[in-house]
Every structure is written in C-alpha cells, then in structure tokens.
Design a binder for this molecule. Structure first.
Ligand code: AMP
Ligand code: GLY
Length: 426
C-alpha cells in the first residue's frame, strides 16, 4: 500500500511513523511534511489547501490511500476533491467537517441526535449575546462559531471579558458565536474512526491545553498528553460510542453528509455524566500522539478500512498495556508571540532514552542546513513505559537533553494521574 499523508506537525509525524510501521505499507508520501517526517516519508512541497494539487500528487504517486491530518484542508473540501478523483480518503467532506468548522452546526447535530452536551445559545448580535450570558449565567463560556486555531473560546467569571470576546467574534465577517453552559469535571478525548456507518473507538487520552503548570495561563494548541486514563470510568469508551459517536454518525448519514474519518469527541466528565465539549473532524494533537503510541493494530490497514467502508469486518483493535506520555517543547513566547529560527540540538541523545521518540512539530532546516524552530510548538517528546510514572520520567529525562534557547514546557503532564489525584464527580 502507498499512502499520502497531508500536514506538517507532530500529529502527522506520528501518523507517518505508525503508517510506515504497517507491514502492508511500501511507501509513505507526505505533503508538505517536516524534517522529522523526511526520515520516513518522501516529503513533497504542495499547498495542502489546494485540492486539485493534492489529487494530482496522489495520482503521480499512484497512492492507495489519502490521510488528511489537520482541519484546514478538511474544511476547504480537499477530501471531496480527492474522493471525486477516485482515492480512498481518511477525512470527512467539507459538509461533514462542519462538525468542527462550525460550533453552531455541531450543536444543531447534537440536538438532533440527542447527544449530551452543554446547553447553548447561538448569537449574531451583541444584544443576543448579552441576554444569552444573563440567561445561562456564570462562569461564562463564549465560543467563536468558526475555526480560530485554539483562540476561539473564552471561559471567564467576568461579564466584561465575556462581552469583549463576544464583540471580537461578531466583528468578523458573518460573525457568529455560541454562549454555552459551563461544564465542570476532567476533560478527556475519545477518537472514533468511522467509515460513515460503523464506529471504531480508540482508547481515550487527556490533553493539557493551558500553557503553564497547574493549568495556568493562556490556552494553546496543547502542551502535552497521556494515555490510558486509569482513573476514567471503565464504561467510558462504550458510553461515548453509544451516546455520542454512533448517534452523531447516524445523523450525519441521515442528512446525506456521511462522516468518514476521525471524529474527535472532546468531553467533560461532569457529575451528571459525560458531556460533549467539542467535536473535531480529525485526530487530536498532541492527544492523538499519546494514543497512537499504544496502538498495536496495523494502522494503515485500519485507516484503509475506514476510508473504504470496511470497518464492520475489521478485527478488534489491539493495544499495548504500556502508558504513553507526550511533553510538548514550545518556543520562546508561545502562545502569544512565538519566536522562531532558534537552533535545536540534543535530539539524538533524547531519542536514545529507552522508550522515547521525538516528533517534529514546528522545525525546519535553515539556509545553512541547521535544524531550527519554525513554529510555536516545536517538538513532541513521546515516551512509553510500563506505567505512567516510568513513561513520565523517561519523557522528562529526554526533554532535559534537548536544547532550544528560550524554550518552555509543562513539568506536570500526567502528574495528577500518576498520583491518583483525578476524580470524576458523583
Ligand atoms: P473548544 O475549542 O470548544 O475545545 O474549547 C477549548 C477549551 O475551552 C476546552 O478544552 C475547555 O477547556 C474549555 N471549554 C470549552 N467549552 C467549555 C464549557 N462548556 N465549559 C467549560 N469549559 C469549556
Ligand atoms: N489537542 C487539541 C486539538 O487537537 O484540538
């Protein structure tokens, strides 16, 4: 099998590694890829938002499968173009990717499918937003309706801050926002593969969205993750399939816009049970990396079954009993104003720590051939170990061996879980 993977971050590095490890895979092509991916795949510089260019690349290399990593090409319909050109694709059509691309659409589908989620009101004027904030009460949750690269959501006790974010959302063209009930409880990610009909869940992971230890500071794309979640209810994944993923997949198919790809279910485990915080139309980053590090099933075959309507007959997934911890190394100034162009050293030594792999998130070779930072999130250190404590200590041992001036990382990834300090409200 030849596989084309779209994207250039650590999620795509993990996807490429897992796909290449499948014995049925003879070649992986990545567009555009990154210096880490380049070690495993043929990287080709193509604009991944240009569906025709992507389909042409798939044709040139006669690939058997196209896997779309990030949300932006999904929302612009790259999956549609590749499917029309005859390629099996992991990644929903533009119509189905609205589950991620529009919060109000996601809420409408959840209401139609009777999926448990926060009560929400959609607003297109500041007067509506004011009365919605009054009606729902605090803490206030205000969400930009559209994609906002992790900056769309404000959670605050302050009515002024809530209104300020509402104004910013409404100032955009066709501005629209969602005011929603605050959900209390630990957050988890459950990724569900679907071929449009059948749902195959992966094991859950947890992501750390805030920049600082103890969940202090600004929201980011994600500063770390781990899997499995020994503290979560045993029935979590089965409940999410039954109450959330299967009804959503059924509703999307009923509407004539079947969802084929990875449905990312972000949940809060509240005292009243799991509630959906958000849907995404792709694997999470970095939570996906923690989950993939533990999957033993040949991944390309699983993705091919997803893309070709063959999940119902796919064998049960096999998982390592190891724990996986991902620590993100971010550049100086991330997330507010990331600095790029700083040299990176120590990667070989880090990768020699037993159980550790280093994934490239935002790196490039400069004109002199030196590996430098090229984004806010620069590297993911992924470590597996027989338990969370061992995986954590391997991850942090490797992090210490990497040098990048001004870089920062969280020191408490998976720490509460390791100490047994996470509880689900009853
Ligand atoms: P989203 O982009 O919808 O994932 O939201 C980003 C982050 O904001 C989530 O991971 C939560 O930490 C927080 N958040 C979103 N919605 C809610 C909610 N209804 N209640 C509490 N926190 C929320
Ligand atoms: N880990 C959060 C995201 O991928 O959206």
């Amino acid at each position: 099998m030849k596989v084309l993977v779209l994207g250039s971050g650590a999620r795509e590095h993990a996807l490429v590694k897992a796909i290449a490890a499948d014995p049925e895979v003879e070649a992986v092509i990545a567009a555009p890829g990154n210096p880490g991916i380049d070690a495993t795949a043929l990287c080709v510089a193509v604009d991944i938002l240009d569906g025709q260019a992507v389909a042409e690349l798939a044709r040139q290399h006669a690939v058997d499968l196209v896997v779309i990593g990030p949300e932006a090409p999904l929302v612009t319909g790259v999956a549609d173009v590749c499917r029309s050109a005859g390629f099996p694709v992991v990644g929903p059509s533009a119509a189905a990717a609205r589950l991620e691309g529009s919060k109000s659409f996601a809420k409408e589908v959840m209401a139609a499918a009777d999926v448990p989620t926060a009560r929400a009101l959609v607003c297109t004027t500041i007067e509506q937003a004011e009365s919605a904030l009054d009606a729902i009460g605090g803490p206030h949750v205000v969400k930009d309706d559209g994609l906002a690269a992790g900056k769309g959501v404000v959670v605050t006790d302050s009515m002024d801050e809530a209104l300020e974010h509402a104004r910013a959302c409404l100032a955009k063209e066709d501005g629209c926002l969602v005011v929603e009930e605050y959900l209390d409880g630990p957050e988890v990610s459950v990724f569900c593969l679907s071929d449009g009909t059948t749902v195959v869940p992966l094991q859950p992971g947890q992501d750390f969205k805030r920049v600082g230890d103890g969940d202090a500071g600004l929201n980011t794309g994600g500063m770390g993750a781990y899997s499995p979640l020994d503290w979560a209810p045993r029935t979590l994944v089965a409940d999410v399939v039954e109450r959330v993923a299967q009804p959503t997949i059924d509703e999307m198919r009923r509407r004539g816009t079947p969802f084929v790809g990875v449905l990312y279910v972000g949940l809060a485990l509240t005292s009243r049970g799991p509630r959906v915080v958000e849907f995404n139309a792709r694997l999470g980053d970095p939570d996906g990396q923690a989950v993939l590090a533990r999957l033993e099933t040949p991944f390309a075959q699983l993705l091919h079954a997803t893309a070709t309507g063959a999940l119902a007959d796919f064998p049960d997934l096999r998982w390592s009993s190891d724990a996986a911890v991902v620590v993100v190394i971010a550049s100086a100034g991330y997330p507010a104003a990331p600095r790029t162009g700083d040299p990176i050293t120590g990667l070989d030594a880090a990768a020699e720590v037993p159980g550790v792999a280093v994934l490239h998130a935002g790196t490039k070779f400069d004109d002199e051939g030196v590996l430098v930072s090229a984004g806010g999130r620069v590297l993911d250190v992924v470590a597996v170990g027989t338990d969370l404590a061992k995986a954590r200590s391997a991850a942090y041992e490797a992090v210490e061996l990497i040098e990048l001036e001004g870089a920062h990382h969280r020191t408490d990834i998976a720490l509460k879980a390791e100490r047994g300090e996470i509880t689900v409200g009853v």
